[in-house]
Ligand binder design. Structure first.
Ligand code: NAD
Length: 456
C-alpha cells in the first residue's frame, strides 16, 4: 500500500497530471477499457447479485459514460482560472480562482452500485488532475475483481490503481496519507473514515445513507405515484442509497395507493418476482437475515415471501406502520417498504424533522403550498417532486447528503470541484499604492479605512 501511494505521490509531483491532454487520455483509457470488456463487467455484476444487462447498463454504465463525456467536453472550461471582482482596497489589481488537483486521492466504494460508486468519483478525480487509488467493496466480489483485473492492466499504477480488500485492507489504506478521501458507504463506517482522515487533516467527501422518506399527499395522481414508487423502491431490490425508505401516506389514500402499487408490482415483475429477470437478489446472507427479521407478518400488505438459498426477498409492503416499529429504527436497504399513515401534514413534517437529515426526500402532490412547506421546513441531501431516484441521474445537480447522510457532493462539475483545491490569487502591479496601508497610523487613516471597507 505504502509503495503504491508513494509512487503515485512522486508521479503527481512531476506535474504531468496537470496537463489537460494527459487527463483526457486517462478518461479515454477508462472509456475504452469499459467498452472493450463490457461483457466481462456485465457477467460479474450478474454473478454478484443477479443484476441483468439492462439494469446494469441503465444504473451503472449509462452514468459512467455520461460523466466521462461531460468531463471530456468541459475539462478546459472547468480547469480555467476564473476571474473574479477585486475589491476597492486591492485596487488596482486583478483576482483569480485557480482550480488545482489535490494530489493522490483514495476512493472507497460501496457494493450496491459497484461500478458507478467507484468509477464516477474516479472520473472526477482524474479529470481534476489527481492520481487515484480505488478500493471497491469486497461484498460484490466479482465486480471488485473485474475492476482490478481490467483497470490495473490498462492504467499506469502511478496514475490509477485498484486495490481490492475488506476491512483489514481498507484500514491499512487509511493509515496512509492521502490528499483527499472520497467514501461511499454507511454512516458508521463514514465516521471511521473521517477519524482516519483527521489524523492527516485530509479533506473528505462522505456519501452516506439514512432513512429517506416519501410524502404522499391526498391530491396526488395515484397511478403515476404508485408506478414511480414501485420502480424507485424495488430497483436493485431496494438496495439503493436514495431508495424511498418509507412512505408517509395521507390515511385517506392508503388503500387506493396499495391497490395501485400491487398492480405495478405484477406489471414490473410478474406474479412471481423470483422468476423475473428484472429483479435482483440480496447481496449476502447477513443482509438477508437482517432484512427478513424486519418483516412483521401482521403488517404485510403485499409480498413477504423469502428464499434464503436464493437470497430472494419478495417486494414487500408493510401497512399501518409506526415510527416505533423495528423496521423504522435503521436504514432498511432492501425490498421492504413500510407505510406510515398520517392525518396532519404539519405533524408528519415534525416527525421527520425530529430524525436524522435524510439523503433523499420525495414528495408526491399537486399542491404547491404543501410542497413548498415540506421543501422549506426539512433539510435533506436532495430529492424529487413527483418522482423518485431520478435527481441522481442529472449531472447538473450536486449529489450528496447533509448531516448524518454525508458531506460534500459530486457528479459533473461538482465532482471536479470536489477533487480540486480552489487556489485564490491576487495580482498587483508596481505602480500605485494607497499610503494609508502603512504606519504610522492616525485617526484620519482609520476614518478613511472604515469608509472604504463599507463600500466594498
Ligand atoms: P459499508 O459502509 O459497509 O462499506 C463501504 C466501504 O467501506 C466498503 O468498501 C468496505 O470495504 C469499507 N469498510 C467497511 N467496514 C469498514 C471498516 N470498519 N473500516 C474501514 N473500511 C470499511 O457500506 P455498504 O454495505 O457497502 O453500503 C451500504 C451503505 O452505503 C448504505 O448505508 C447506503 O445507504 C450507503 N450508500 C450511500 C451512497 C451515496 O451515494 N450516498 C451510495 C450507495 C450506498
Amino acid at each position: 500500500m505504502n509503495e503504491i501511494v508513494n509512487h503515485q505521490r512522486e508521479f503527481f509531483k512531476t506535474g504531468q497530471t496537470k496537463n489537460l491532454m494527459f487527463r483526457k487520455s486517462q478518461l479515454l483509457t477508462l472509456k475504452n477499457a469499459l467498452q472493450t470488456h463490457e461483457q466481462q463487467f456485465l457477467d460479474a455484476i450478474d454473478s454478484d447479485f443477479k443484476k441483468g444487462p439492462f439494469d446494469a447498463y441503465a444504473t451503472e454504465f449509462a452514468l459512467i459514460f455520461h460523466e466521462i463525456e461531460l468531463a471530456l467536453k468541459n475539462l478546459k472550461k472547468w480547469s480555467k482560472p476564473q476571474k473574479v471582482k477585486t475589491n476597492i482596497p486591492n485596487q488596482p489589481g486583478r483576482s483569480y480562482i485557480i482550480p488545482e488537483p489535490y494530489g493522490t486521492v483514495l476512493v472507497i466504494g460501496a457494493w450496491n452500485y459497484p461500478y458507478q460508486l467507484s468509477l464516477v468519483p474516479a472520473i472526477s478525480a482524474l479529470a481534476a488532475g489527481n492520481t487515484v487509488i480505488i478500493k471497491p467493496s469486497e461484498l460484490a466480489a466479482n465486480t471488485s475483481k473485474v475492476m482490478a483485473q481490467v483497470l490495473n492492466q490498462v492504467f499506469d499504477p502511478k496514475v490509477l490503481s485498484v486495490q481490492e480488500g475488506g476491512v483489514a485492507e481498507t484500514t491499512q489504506l487509511l493509515e496512509q496519507r492521502f490528499d483527499k478521501i472520497f467514501f461511499t458507504g454507511s454512516s458508521p463506517v463514514g465516521k471511521i473514515v473521517y477519524q482516519a482522515a483527521a489524523k492527516n487533516l485530509t479533506p473528505v467527501t462522505l456519501e452516506l445513507g439514512g432513512k429517506s422518506p416519501a410524502f404522499i399527499l391526498p391530491d396526488t395522481d395515484i397511478e403515476v405515484t404508485a408506478r414511480r414508487l414501485v420502480w424507485g423502491k424495488f430497483l436493485n431490490a431496494g438496495q439503493t442509497c436514495v431508495a424511498p425508505d418509507y412512505l408517509l401516506v395521507h390515511e385517506k389514500i392508503q388503500e387506493q395507493l396499495l391497490d395501485a402499487m400491487a398492480k405495478y408490482l405484477v406489471k414490473f415483475f410478474g406474479s412471481d418476482a423470483q422468476k423475473s429477470g428484472s429483479y435482483v437478489r440480496i447481496i449476502n446472507t447477513r443482509n438477508f437475515d437482517r432484512l427478513t427479521a424486519l418483516i412483521d407478518n401482521n403488517k404485510v400488505a403485499m409480498g413477504g415471501k423469502t428464499d434464503r438459498d436464493d437470497l430472494y426477498i419478495e417486494p414487500t409492503v408493510l401497512r399501518d406502520v409506526s415510527f416505533d416499529d423495528p423496521v423504522m429504527q435503521d436504514e432498511i436497504f432492501g425490498p421492504i417498504l413500510p407505510i406510515i399513515p398520517f392525518t396532519s401534514l404539519p405533524d408528519a413534517i415534525e416527525m421527520v424533522k425530529d430524525r436524522e437529515k435524510p439523503l433523499a426526500l420525495y414528495i408526491f402532490s399537486k399542491n404547491e403550498f404543501d410542497i413548498d412547506s415540506i421543501v422549506h421546513q426539512l433539510s435533506f441531501g436532495g430529492g424529487c417532486i413527483n418522482d423518485t431516484i431520478m435527481h441522481l441521474a442529472n449531472s447538473y445537480l450536486p449529489f450528496g447528503g447533509v448531516g448524518n447522510s454525508g458531506m460534500g457532493n459530486y457528479h459533473g462539475k461538482f465532482g471536479f470541484d470536489g477533487f480540486s483545491h480552489q487556489k485564490s490569487l491576487l495580482r498587483k502591479g508596481f505602480s500605485f499604492e494607497p499610503a494609508i496601508k502603512y504606519p504610522p497610523y492616525s485617526l484620519e487613516k482609520l476614518a478613511w479605512l472604515k469608509r472604504v471597507m463599507s463600500i466594498s
